[in-house]
Design a protein around this ligand. Sequence first.
Ligand code: NAD
Ligand code: UFG
Length: 354
Amino acid sequence: MTNKILVTGGAGYIGSHTCIALHEIGYDIVVYDNLSNSSREAINRTSTLIGQPIEFIKGDIRDAELLRQVFASHQFFGVIHFAGLKAVGESVAKPLMYYNNNVSGTITLLEIMAEYDVKNLIFSSSATVYGDPENLPIDETSKRSCTNPYGQSKLAVEHILEDLAVSDTSWSLITLRYFNPVGAHPSGQIGEDPNDIPNNLMPYISQVAVGKLDKLNIFGNDYPTIDGTGVRDFIHVIDLAQGHVAALNYLEKQTVPNESGVAKQNSIGFLPINLGTGKGTSVLELVSAFSDISGQTVPYQFTNRRDGDIASCYASADTALTLLGWEARLSITDMCRDVWRWQRLNPNGYKKDL
Ligand code: NAD
Ligand code: UFG
């Protein structure tokens, strides 16, 4: 059996950390990315951390011809599919771009996988598919609904994967629903590198702490939570990367010898799994933890709630533990420490000069 994995979006934030985790346990990786939200510098640094050059193909998941060439020249065990656009606000302004990239792109990828009989996929979904949850912690059977085009694009792909698994039982389609990924590689060499002013909380806090931004706006202090601010399930990107390794191991374990001793993979169809810690942390708690670790004050002010935000969101992580034997190990302190190291060493992210 081949141990080669195609990693779409492998130059991005979660993809680059996952490449390291995959390499560490002996997977051969090929990164396919159009660099629309990443850089060659991320690939170079990931290669340095791995200790050998990563095989990198600059390409778009909507480019069927190039994908065909890639599948014709490699024998893949499966695909980890990170490639996608992820900014909620931008998706509201440019819905067609989001549906085209995230949904049409995934359909093209699946079509080419089918042509080459590569039927193992791990897809990057999001806790956003749960909308405003009725119950906490959120388990995988919770109702799904979305209010913005980014979330709709993730939900649409989930529906496509479900239909595909019904139509052809030889597919194994693991859908990992990430909660709030934060953190950076402990080396401080790779991490999250948002363009412009960050939309998400952790990179915003770290840019305030390093002095790039004046103060944090906390969107609402009247939620029904421990201190009135939003509660989220922050998960270290290193734990998240290990979650992908665990999912691949799970797929490999489905390969058993048939009566004639020939290795045969039992397919698992569509399988959604939450990747979260199971613990909620409020915005104020995260600010306080970051200040403690960095030794910097993080000035903030309360402003109105942000449209579309929910009060609380945290995972039931039981399925990941039961099926994959995976659970998050790193703490909020670890997350803040690693983000702070990455921020201090790379005040402009991967961009050398600004
Ligand atoms: P990222 O933007 O850092 O990485 C995505 C990568 O995909 C980038 O390198 C980008 O250049 C590439 N890409 C985008 N469109 C492409 C296309 N058409 N063809 C080829 N490459 C393309 O984002 P990330 O934070 O690493 O997220 C990875 C995946 O996880 C995304 O699908 C995202 O929606 C999902 N996700 C992220 C979060 C989060 O908060 N970071 C939460 C839930 C789900
Ligand atoms: N927040 C602030 N100020 C900021 C940014 C965020 O107070 O400047 C608050 C938000 O109101 C929320 C919490 O911090 O209460 C977390 O906000 P993020 O923007 O960091 O994360 P979200 O939970 O809103 O969404 C993120 C991703 C989505 C993804 C979701 C679940 O942006 O794409 O996690 O994975 F779908």
